[in-house]
Design a protein around this ligand. Structure first.
Ligand SMILES: *[C@@H]1O[C@H](CO)[C@@H](O)[C@H](O)[C@H]1NC(C)=O
Ligand SMILES: *[C@@H]1O[C@H](CO)[C@@H](O)[C@H](O)[C@H]1NC(C)=O
Ligand SMILES: *[C@@H]1O[C@H](CO)[C@@H](O)[C@H](O)[C@H]1NC(C)=O
Ligand SMILES: *[C@@H]1O[C@H](CO)[C@@H](O)[C@H](O)[C@H]1NC(C)=O
Ligand SMILES: *[C@@H]1O[C@H](CO)[C@@H](O)[C@H](O)[C@H]1NC(C)=O
Ligand SMILES: [Zn+2]
Length: 443
């Protein structure tokens, strides 16, 4: 009896050792070892995979957490966090490891975390630029070469851009993330940086169509983005105060439109929103890009609640399935809220599913099978984030069987085309007015 108890105690002690995560920097090998340990200790709750390799051949690890970690389940939204795409911005890399530790150790103990993991599939990528991190030898608060990947490219300028041709060679790290986004139906995401203290939201680039002449590049979902950014800043220990890092740069409520702060092209958050059907914000978490390790525990405590509250927002709005009369899913149907059409229309996935992040209120949801017909439904959206379940609204087209052609969204700068066509409309309008006047004169 005593021996058995001793054995149990020894096993528990080993498990505790395996789960204990220190507040220090974890280099590539330690990071991989930690992720493998977590997966070994929680095989039913986690799935570990590499989505590709960096220029120097390091794996780009993603740990997936949830009740069904290995695959998508209908109705369960996909969420992601990506950190350290600038290799010298290191706080996100470490606090995501602590978030993993917190989620797996709270499952089955904390009812809210249990429910969150039962109803959400959470993908965590602690580093998108492992080479840049290793290239940064010592903690240092300011800009360094480690920002870039091994080829000297800034990964947050390396994506296709919706506003201009950004003329860059897509890097292996970027390509891996683009394939990953194509592969999963991500709904909500954040991208963790350092060097400031603010939650910044799309668009980062802009033109006259999005209002950039007024210094703010507005997406059709601006209200949702402001809510998302505020969810983070107000649940953070101090971000909401908006004092930033020095008196010259303040951010009311701790948030900013990306373009208003500074314009950039080829950023990851605009790419997610335009081509990935995924709402992403950029979180700047520390004034010092690579702070000393003894500050990491404080950074984790400052961000812990915000990181969890932000994930819950994946359950905002409305979701459902589009099917035909036989209940077969209709992929590639366009489903959008009226008045909020996206420049590359949001479409259903292979299971006919859609997810739309919308604030509580009344909306008309338009489901369209391209070239066939549209179905409109009015919905009253409550705030369901605390229940971890967005409002459900399915669409059934009564025709027997419907096929849709997969639509690939062109990689050309989509807003540039819009700007051109709106410029082209003006002369045509003038001509019409002139013709109308001429007709009136001769009546
Ligand atoms: C769980 O969430 C509810 C609603 O947000 C909150 O009132 C409650 O305090 C939370 N419980 C725990 C244990 O955190
Ligand atoms: C989570 O899922 C497990 C397995 O289906 C179930 O036993 C448990 O009751 C669920 N917990 C909550 C809080 O939803
Ligand atoms: C962009 O394209 C021009 C013309 O093709 C080329 O000269 C230039 O080097 C390119 N710039 C980058 C950053 O690739
Ligand atoms: C894409 O999805 C398939 C099937 O779920 C999976 O086997 C593969 O690893 C995924 N690839 C990436 C890059 O996520
Ligand atoms: C519904 O969406 C389709 C596809 O975007 C569009 O062509 C149509 O005009 C929309 N219908 C209404 C009534 O808004
Ligand atoms: Zn950065």
């Amino acid at each position: 009896m005593r021996a058995a108890t001793g054995e149990v105690a020894a096993v528990l002690c080993l498990l505790a050792l395996a789960a204990a995560l220190d507040f220090g920097y974890h280099h590539a090998e330690e990071l991989e070892a930690y992720l493998r340990e977590v997966h070994a200790a929680h095989p039913a709750l986690t799935h570990l995979h590499s989505i590709g390799r960096s220029v120097e051949g390091r794996d780009l690890w993603v740990l997936v957490l949830g009740r069904f970690p290995t695959q998508h389940k209908i109705g369960i939204p996909e969420f992601k966090y990506v950190a350290n795409m600038h290799g010298d911005e290191t706080v996100g890399r470490e606090i995501l490891l602590h978030l993993i530790d917190y989620l797996v150790t709270s499952y089955g103990r904390d009812p809210n975390i249990t429910k969150l993991l039962n109803n959400t599939r959470i993908h965590i990528m602690p580093t998108m630029n492992p080479d840049g991190f290793e290239a940064t030898k010592v903690p240092h608060c300011y800009y360094s070469r480690g920002r870039y990947n091994k080829n000297g490219e800034d990964l947050n300028r390396n994506f296709p851009d919706a506003f201009e041709n950004n003329n860059v060679t897509i890097q292996p790290e970027t390509r891996a993330v683009m394939n990953w986004i194509k592969n999963e139906t991500f709904v909500l995401s954040a991208n963790l940086h350092g060097g400031a203290l603010v939650a910044s939201y799309t668009f980062d680039n802009g033109n006259s169509v999005t209002g950039s002449s007024k210094g703010y590049s507005r997406s059709p979902d601006d209200d949702v983005f402001i809510h998302l950014a505020k969810t983070y800043s107000f649940n953070h220990a101090s971000m909401y105060k908006g004092t930033g890092c020095d008196s010259r740069q303040t951010f009311p409520d701790g948030i900013t439109n990306g373009y208003s702060w500074y314009q950039l092209e080829g950023g990851m958050q605009d790419y997610n929103y335009v081509w990935g059907q995924c709402f992403e914000i950029t979180l700047e978490l520390s004034c010092c890009k690579y702070p000393p390790a003894d500050q990491l525990e404080k950074f984790w405590m400052d961000n812990k609640v915000a990181l969890v509250e932000y994930i819950k927002q994946v359950h905002l709005g409305v979701k459902g399935q589009v099917t035909d009369r036989n209940g077969n899913p209709i992929p590639n149907a366009i489903v959008e809220a009226q008045g909020r059409s996206h420049v590359c229309p949001y479409r259903t996935n292979a299971h006919g599913e859609y997810f739309l992040l919308l604030l509580p209120g009344k909306y008309v949801i338009n489901a369209t099978v391209p070239g066939f017909k549209s179905m409109l439904k009015t919905v009253e959206i409550p705030d369901n984030t605390a229940n971890f379940n967005a409002l459900k609204q399915d669409f059934s087209f009564s025709e027997v069987s419907i096929r849709t052609r997969p639509a690939s969204c062109p990689k050309v700068p989509l807003y540039q085309e819009l700007e051109r066509s709106s410029a082209a409309v003006k002369p045509t309008l003038h001509l019409l007015v002139l013709m109308a006047a001429v007709i009136l004169l001769f009546r």
